[in-house]
Every structure is written in structure tokens, then in C-alpha cells.
Design a protein around this ligand. Sequence first.
Ligand code: SIN
Length: 325
Amino acid sequence: MQSTDGRRPGVVVVLGTGGTIAGSADSAARHVAYQAGVLGADDLVAAVPALQRRPLEAETLARLDSCDMDHATWVALAARAAHHLARPEVAGVVVTHGTDTLEETAYFLHRTVAAARPLVLTAAMRPATALSPDGPQNLFDAVTLAREPGVHGVLAVLGGVVHAGCSLRKLHGYRVDAFGSGDAGPVALLEDGRVRLLRAWPDAPLHPVVTASADGLRDATGWPVVDIVTSHAGARGAVIDALVAAGARGIVIAGTGNGSVHAELRAAAARAVAAGVPVWRASRCPLGGVIVGADGGGPDALPSAGELTPVQARIELLLDLLAAG
Ligand code: SIN
């Protein structure tokens, strides 16, 4: 069924979590120095005249600078998104978020929320008080995408480009055009309020921790600690030893190139694995991931995170550890 304007009928729920899109600066010229997460979701909706005739609900879940994102907020956000997506009168859910950890939240939601209808994240690089903020257009595009017939899965829309939640990555620290989809490329474009599909909407294979138990992710208290260590010239194995001593239950190494790891870290990783702490290797390169087997494996080869970025691999290992109990 379609609405009279050709869109998916129903309400779009906007869940606010903070970020620059909700940020405020003391001068319209400031794009980098400002306070993130000041405005609520209803303020963001109210700032877009074109959204005033749309059936929308706005709910503020958090007012975080997303560099401070935490697992408790992820659990609350996933639960709230799932709740609204299950309401028959809801067309889709939009999440407003900071850009700094948007890719992590997108990947977490991709693996934990069954999104038979669109779950669309959006953000902004410029605060709401900027002379030319990018947030209002991004929010408008996100709502448009959430009402588009046939769309499903966890998506992100920024600058008119639609990314799969599992492919999103932040590539630039301050430019408006800051995001990419890695080697996968974008899923669609938003052109003048119309969606141009470039490839299939992403499927959402949920992590087994979600499908195995309804209680799987209800509370982040006591979640296993999974840390990331970067491999670099002069890397010290003592970092991994210290993390294990401090209670890390899993470690992801952001390796060089195709996931290669400094000998000092390899030795420390072997000690961690012997102590029961799994260690995965990803690549610190922005593109390419780790091609399994391309390094010939070897007796001390650590499990590879494949195409996952280090921050995505950290989430995947965390979910695996939760599933293992
Ligand atoms: C944040 O991630 O909350 C601040 C930076 C941004 O949204 O661009």
C-alpha cells in the first residue's frame, strides 16, 4: 500500500542521540568549535519547514557528543528502534547521531535490529547554528528514505548519499562530504527528494546473540571488554599484556596493510590467546580489509576480521563473546 504522495504510509519516528546535528556554537562562522548534542529531536524536526506537514514523532534518547558513545546507549537505542519498527503504523525510524562514531552505531544496529522497515541514521558535520548547516537537509533526506516503499535495513544518509549501515565509514575530520561506503560503494542517492537505487538494499543478517535469546542484549552491564590495539613501527607487546591484565576479554589488532602485525604484538597476542583471550586482526587501511589467506596464514596467524574495519570487528567480537556467554 502507498500513501497519496507515493510514499510508504505511516509515521516516521525520529530518535535523537545528540551529535553536531544537534550542536550549537556561539557564532554562525564556527564549524569545528561548538558544543555537540545541545538540541533535542523535536528541535531538529522543528527546524525543517518541509517536515512540518509530515506525520512525525520525535523522541530524544540522549544528548551525547558521540565520541562518548557507550554500550548502554546502544542497548537503549536498539530497543527503542525495534519497538517503533514493530508498530504497524510506523513507516520507518530515523536516528540522529554524531558523526564521530556513526559507523560504529550503524554496524551495531545492523547486527542487532531486525529492520524489515527502514532504520535510517543521519548526522551533520556542521552545527545547527552554522550559516549553512547540513543537518536539516540530511534529516529531510533521512525522513524521505524512511518513507520510501521497498526500503529495508539499517542505512545512513549524508550529503544525499545512502550508505549501508554495514559499510559506512567516516573519512574526513571536518569536511561536509565526510563519509564513504568503502569498497562496497553507496546503495542509493537522494536527488531532489527522490531515491535513485544503485544496488540492492542491504540484507540484515542478525548476530546469533540476538536470534538465540530475546534477553541477549537487554542490559550492557557486565559486557566483556574488547579493546583495539594499533600495529605500528615500534609497537610494544606490553600494551596487549596490560590490557589482558586489566580485564580485556578480547582484542582486535588494527594491523598494517593486509592485516599484518608487528612481531612484538604477535608475541603478546600469542600470550593473550594462551590465556583465553581471543585476538583478531583487521587492517588499519581505510579500504580493502584483510584478504584471508593472502598472507599465507602460518602457524601463528591470528584470525582475520575479513572486510570489517577495526571498530566493526570490535563489535563483532564483543557480540561473539556475549553469545558464548
Ligand atoms: C559527535 O560525533 O557527536 C560530534 C561530531 C559530529 O557530530 O560531527
